[in-house]
Design a binder for this molecule. Structure first.
Ligand code: FE
Length: 146
């Protein structure tokens, strides 16, 4: 993604984002992006810029530019974070068991750079029944050109 490459020039040199070390990410990512993406932080509910966002287009990883969700896979949820019922493709996301904080959850990471995005829960709408609960901070959005 051009906008992204401008911000993170070192990845434009064909580096595999999965191999970039956290100390390198720390130099190029805004502080709040680094905290959530690389330290598995969580933005405060209801505060994210894409929570109530309903434009038509594509959501991508703010760290590496990987396309993650389409706006037609997003739904209105009252949970406080942008919620999607399906990712853009099978490979766009990685799933990992997360047993922290005394809960059994499934963490979702970007399939390309392995940054933390949020969690997926089984209380979403049809057809998948899934709710990908994602931090706005680690998303970018590209509006669809008409
Ligand atoms: Fe990524």
């Amino acid at each position: 993604m051009d906008k992204y490459k401008k911000n993170n020039g070192f990845l434009a040199e064909d580096k595999n984002p999965a191999e970039v070390k956290n100390e390198e990410w720390k130099k190029v990512l805004p502080k709040e992006v680094y905290h959530i993406a690389r330290e598995k932080g969580t933005e405060r509910p209801g505060t994210g810029k894409y929570y109530q966002h309903s434009e038509v287009g594509t959501y991508y990883c703010a760290v590496c530019g990987n396309p993650l969700f389409k706006s037609n896979g997003k739904f209105n949820s009252s949970c406080g974070w942008p919620s999607f019922f399906e990712p853009i493709s099978k490979d766009s996301i990685i799933y990992l068991p997360d047993n922290s904080l005394g809960m059994k959850r499934t963490e979702v990471e970007c399939g390309k750079c392995h940054s933390h995005l949020g969690h997926v829960f089984e209380d979403g709408p049809p057809p998948t029944g899934l709710r990908y609960c994602i931090n706005s901070v680690v998303l970018g959005f590209e509006k669809e050109e008409k």
